[in-house]
Design a protein around this ligand. Structure first.
Ligand code: CA
Length: 229
């Protein structure tokens, strides 16, 4: 079920929008102030935002601008004044749609539906391309399970691949050998943490220019390993 965030300080309007959207099967949350609205939009897993322009705390322009730096979910901006809508449009803040109040709730629902399905199609088409991780000359294609170092493919065993991918996906984080062993090998698999050391050595031989001065996987003495960003 799609979750919709309404940022609107006029409670009667927010409640009306909420009722209609809920009747159409959406989950709805309301924030009545700009700062809480931005917080909620950034932190919760909302799929679409209905954003009023004039709000206490922070106005819709600033919310839209800040949100766009982090998220590409649909934003429908609303304002009581036609002039404001023209201004928002002119500013190119990245809103997907604009509505002048008062509008009919059923029109709002129709637009929400249209934007959500367009957004879902977009997400869907992105997911069809391979899932890759790229860091400084290393490209890990998770879908094809292939690794390229400066454009040249290198062959990795399953566990080497899993270990490299795990570290690269969690850069700047120190993991102990025990943590890595638990993450990559099955709990009941035979082996010990020395296996991790052996695998790190083999991975370094494939990805590092000089294994005595690792540029990617650093050894944090007495603790474990860290993938350098
Ligand atoms: Ca308002």
């Amino acid at each position: 079920m799609s979750k919709i965030l309404i940022v609107e300080d006029e409670e009667a309007i927010a409640d009306l929008e909420k009722d209609y959207l809920e009747m159409s099967g959406y989950e709805v949350i309301i924030e009545n102030d700009g700062i809480k609205g931005l917080e909620s939009a950034m932190n919760s897993d909302v799929d679409l935002i209905i954003l009023d322009l004039m709000l206490p705390g922070m106005d819709g322009y600033d919310i839209c601008k800040q949100l766009r730096e982090e998220k590409n979910i649909p934003i429908i901006m609303v304002s009581a004044k036609k002039d404001d809508i023209d201004k928002i449009r002119g500013l190119g803040l990245g809103a997907d749609d604009y509505m002048t109040k008062p509008f009919s709730p059923s029109e709002l629902v129709a637009r929400v539906k249209a934007h959500l399905s367009r957004y879902e199609r977009l997400i869907g088409s992105n997911q069809k391309s391979n899932d890759t991780v790229e860091i400084r000359g290393i490209k890990i294609d998770k879908t094809a399970r292939r690794v390229y170092i400066n454009g040249e493919e290198k062959v990795f065993t399953t566990k080497e691949f899993d270990l490299l991918t795990f570290l690269a996906e969690n850069p700047n984080h120190v993991f102990t050998k025990e943590e890595l062993f638990r993450e990559i090998w099955d709990m009941d698999s035979i082996g010990d943490i020395a296996t991790v050391t052996v695998h790190i050595k083999k991975i370094r031989e494939k990805i590092e220019f000089d294994t005595s001065k690792p540029q990617y996987i650093e050894t944090i003495w007495g603790v474990g390993y860290r993938f350098k960003v």
